[in-house]
Design a protein around this ligand. Structure first.
Ligand SMILES: [Mg+2]
Length: 177
């Protein structure tokens, strides 16, 4: 079986949506929702706002209520019949997120065993045929074939094959039934 590795934030989980809601509701910003989905928050927010957001992300509980991306559960379940599925999340930057993320994965993707979940730093360590990720830097470091999942911070990249939804992933990886 080919091995397919999936990122969590902005691939399985709609992390950007949660961040945008925090900025809109708690930051007193003049940016519109549309603008907040148009490019990287790091390009849109003031450095002080980014520091504040970083602190919020590292608060225990931040990851517990993030929405699953539409179609992710069903598609990953179907993919698990044809591929060896691994999860790789570069969460070392936010050590308080470990337990939240593990619980979130267990709750939403109970069919993925703990043996196939990797909490890592650089994704160059991942040995897999494919990696689906929203960060170009992770795909560059990866040795298999990288697939870029569209997110506001990667819309200008043309280096990698791109998917924009779980429906796209399904079309790319699942056999025609
Ligand atoms: Mg990600």
């Amino acid at each position: 079986m080919l091995r397919l590795t999936l990122d969590v934030d902005d691939v399985l989980a709609d992390t950007h949506e949660k961040l945008v809601n925090i900025v809109l509701n708690d930051f007193g910003t003049t940016l519109t929702e549309k603008e907040l989905y148009s490019r990287a928050l790091r390009e849109l927010l003031h450095p002080k706002q980014l520091t504040k957001l970083h602190r919020i992300i590292n608060t225990p509980g931040f990851f517990t209520d993030i929405n699953v991306k539409k179609g992710a559960v069903e598609t990953v379940y179907k993919l698990s019949k044809f591929y060896e599925i691994y999860i790789a999340t570069a969460c070392m930057e936010f050590p308080n997120s470990f337990k939240d993320k593990f619980d979130w994965l267990h709750k939403n993707f109970p069919f993925i065993p703990w043996t196939n979940i990797v909490f890592c730093g650089y994704k160059s360590i991942i040995n897999s045929d494919y990696l689906i990720d929203d960060h170009v830097r992770n795909l560059v470091a990866f040795k298999g074939e990288g697939i870029l999942f569209s997110a506001p911070h990667n819309l200008n990249d043309h280096t990698f094959r791109r998917v924009s939804s779980w429906n796209d992933v399904s079309e790319l990886f699942l056999p025609i039934v």
